[in-house]
Design a protein around this ligand. Structure first.
Ligand code: IDP
Ligand code: MG
Length: 166
């Protein structure tokens, strides 16, 4: 910065981070089987979101039932549970300012037919019942869903790389 430049005004931390959110992301069985874990996780990292929790698991129907309790009784519920328990998934706790709507936008429309190119579903998915990724749809959903997959001590905090002192 030259002597004539002034530093840009930066809002206080409490203001900048007031909308900091954690959200649940699942890389669904079809995406894991197709070798898309790195690409999907990488998109969140390059967007500037932080990975606070991550694990590879295979759900049983009881766990899938907890996640999808709001959909119980819908015509696609049984197929959804079968699909989500059919193979391993990657569970992520993703954090960032407005992480919940940002992740939903990055995922694209639920039906891949309507998902814009550049979104995860728009780039990788073809079918509504096999659409690569899950993301909490609201702060209330994130609060309900995250503890289904992450226990105490499994969501970790660390400074982002740009704060490292080299
Ligand atoms: P979302 O994953 O975009 O939040 P939801 O409405 O919460 O969408 O539905 C959960 C999942 O159930 C979807 O991602 C999709 O895989 C599946 N699903 C939703 N609606 C249908 C349907 O009408 N037929 C078959 N599967 C569906
Ligand atoms: Mg949903």
């Amino acid at each position: 910065m030259s002597a004539t430049q002034t530093a840009p005004a930066i809002a206080p931390r409490s203001e900048r981070f007031k909308d900091l959110q954690k959200t649940l992301v699942l890389v669904k069985p079809d995406a894991v089987a197709r070798g898309l874990i790195g690409n999907i996780v990488g998109r969140f990292e390059t967007r500037g979101l932080a990975i606070r929790g991550m694990k590879l698991i295979q759900m049983d129907s009881s766990l899938a039932g907890k996640l999808y309790a709001p959909h119980e009784g819908k015509p696609f519920y049984n197929d959804l549970v079968s699909y989500m328990t059919s193979g391993p998934i990657v569970c992520l706790c993703v954090e960032g300012v407005n992480a919940i709507p940002i992740v939903r936008t990055m995922m694209g429309a639920t039906n891949p037919v309507e998902a814009a190119p550049g979104t995860i579903r728009g780039d990788f998915a073809q079918r509504l019942d096999c659409n690569c990724v899950h993301g909490s749809d609201s702060p209330e959903s994130a609060e309900r869903e995250l503890p289904i997959f992450f226990g105490e001590g499994e969501i970790l905090s660390y400074d982002p790389a740009h704060t490292f002192k080299l």
